[in-house]
Design a protein around this ligand. Sequence first.
Ligand SMILES: O=C(O)CCC(=O)C(=O)O
Ligand SMILES: [Fe+2]
Length: 285
Amino acid sequence: MPVEHLPPTASGADVAAVLARDGCAIVDRLVSPSVLDRTRGELEPYIAATPVGPDAFSGRRTRRTGGLVARSETFRDVVRHPVVLDAVKGILSEATSFHLHLTQVIAIGPGEPAQQIHRDQWAFDFFPFPRGYEVQCNTIWAMTDFTEANGATRVIPGSHRLEDRRQFEVEDTEPAEMEAGSVLFYTGALYHGAGANVSDGVRYGLNVTYAVSWLRQEENQYLSCPFEIARTLPDDLLRLMGYQRGAYALGYVDDLRDPLDALRGRTEVMNTLGDLEAAQKKIRA
Ligand SMILES: O=C(O)CCC(=O)C(=O)O
Ligand SMILES: [Fe+2]
């Protein structure tokens, strides 16, 4: 079964519906490729300085460059694309809130073999989340065209419903081919992996993942983005990065202060009402 492609006019709810059904979806040309070219241009010195991976899973011919909120101004809009945020909210609807999990340019060099097929949510120490309960929503933006030859992500549509810890081969998967500017969504439960790059060019993907805010972030946003930069960022971006309480109280600072207030140097005690109401609703549900 191939990956479903949605037009650039799709809403976040449309994407979430396909994600719930298939575990993956592509939105074609959601942004102009020039936006991702600009992002890549801003990141180029960091990408050039990034060493290749230390093992087969990371990819010995693959560079993974992170810290993107701090390093690219254009990325700060990409990470908050409204269709993406609506889709993430839709698929992670069981949780009170979600946050950024990791930001990474994945540059797969020529000659890189295919990555092992896996679920990204195995990162949570292989905890067996209930089937159908999604905790993570991933995006990978095509900075260059994604073709089968250059290492387009390989996916198994519908596999988010399968049992855990399965082993699959590349032959069981489909390449998520898409034009630059398009974005592949896949949940943390979907079996997938980076494809082999048998072309002579580098495949650039922009991997931005989101998770429910009661799980620890894979990329530590508080340390990946220096405080001097964080203090200059808008509130909604900071909340997305984790400067907010997850659920009712997770992540508060000292005397029940909101993390954003703490970052901004404000001293008042947090207003708990909004989250308390949400928590009480869950108890009643
Ligand atoms: O780069 C890709 O296409 C996917 C990479 C991936 O799945 C991973 O590193 O977890
Ligand atoms: Fe993955």
